[in-house]
Ligand binder design. Structure first.
Ligand SMILES: CCCCCCCC/C=C\C/C=C/C(=O)SCCNC(=O)CCNC(=O)[C@H](O)C(C)(C)COP(=O)(O)OP(=O)(O)OC[C@H]1O[C@@H](n2cnc3c(N)ncnc32)[C@H](O)[C@@H]1OP(=O)(O)O
Length: 237
């Protein structure tokens, strides 16, 4: 599930809860979507923080559900789009892990604050899939194409420090990233929504040279990844 809490000072907190690693199941995805709707439509909410329960952000899609369903009636990519379309700033508070769909959710947010011990990564390649919830668009827009390809193709987890250097996260803290994100969200929610909107529009314009922010990867990219990841296709076997 995802818990919605209305905090003091015009903030909303959305907390993913699905032990042991807060993986995104259909229930969690629905919970995030509903919580976002509440936060977006509540005029008294000025900024939103997304975090995970029990000291961990999110280890990606709930792989237990992959075994049960082939298709899903809710798409994480739509949730990421909703976060980006909305005019209120959204901060991801990353404890321990942000992997796969968890990292895509964080990349959809406007700011990412992580604990120094946290790790992030796209392990999809190890499952023979792609980061299909905007990760292939959002990551290169932040770190450039070569670094994004390296992370997506290798599937490796990187430290918060490396992620900060690359530009994936905005700030590292040694204290509780949820508390830090709340303080930060409080600070920026004091700015006028017009200023925030102008800033995010300018950033979107600047990075549009890397292609459209939304939508899926090109057919050529998908074929390239499958060539690398599907046994028997590589080396023409
Ligand atoms: C499928 C539902 C669809 C809903 C709607 C759409 C959402 C999906 C959106 C987009 C697609 C996204 C795709 C992805 O995210 S693919 C990536 C998925 N994630 C992973 O592959 C991570 C796999 N896990 C790991 O690498 C490691 O387990 C770890 C680094 C998270 C933790 O390692 P470690 O500390 O060594 O502990 P364990 O390996 O022993 O794991 C602990 C415990 O946690 C369970 N677990 C780990 N990952 C997941 C997971 N992704 N889903 C469910 N459960 C997970 C693991 O099984 C252990 O459980 P236990 O044996 O019961 O203790």
């Amino acid at each position: 599930m995802a818990e919605f809490t209305r905090l003091q000072n015009c903030l909303a907190l959305i907390r993913l809860r699905n032990p042991p690693v807060n993986a995104i199941s259909t229930t969690v995805a629905r919970g995030i979507k509903e919580s976002l709707q509440k936060a977006i439509t509540d005029d008294t909410v000025k900024a939103i923080v997304i975090c995970g329960a029990d000291g961990i952000f999110c280890a990606g899609a709930d792989i237990r559900e992959f075994k049960v369903h082939k298709t899903f009636d809710i798409q994480l990519g739509d949730i990421v789009d909703e976060i980006q379309r909305n005019k209120k700033p959204v901060v991801a508070a990353i404890q321990k892990l942000a992997l796969g769909g968890g990292l895509e959710l964080a990349l959809g947010c406007h700011y990412r604050i992580a604990h120094a011990e946290a790790q992030v990564g796209f392990p999809e390649v190890t499952l023979g899939i792609l980061p299909g919830a905007r990760g292939t668009q959002l990551l290169p827009r932040l770190v450039g194409v070569p670094a994004a390809l390296d992370l997506i193709i290798s599937g490796r987890h990187i430290s918060a420090n490396e992620a900060l250097k690359l530009g994936i996260i905005d700030k590292i803290v040694n204290s509780d990233p949820i508390e830090e994100s709340i303080k930060f969200a409080q600070r920026i929610s004091g700015q006028s929504s017009q200023e925030l909107q102008m800033t995010s529009d300018m950033v979107a314009d600047k990075s549009s040279a890397l292609g459209p922010p939304k939508g899926y990867t090109s057919k050529a990219t998908i074929e390239f990844f499958f060539y690398l990841t599907v046994p028997g296709l590589c080396c023409g076997m």
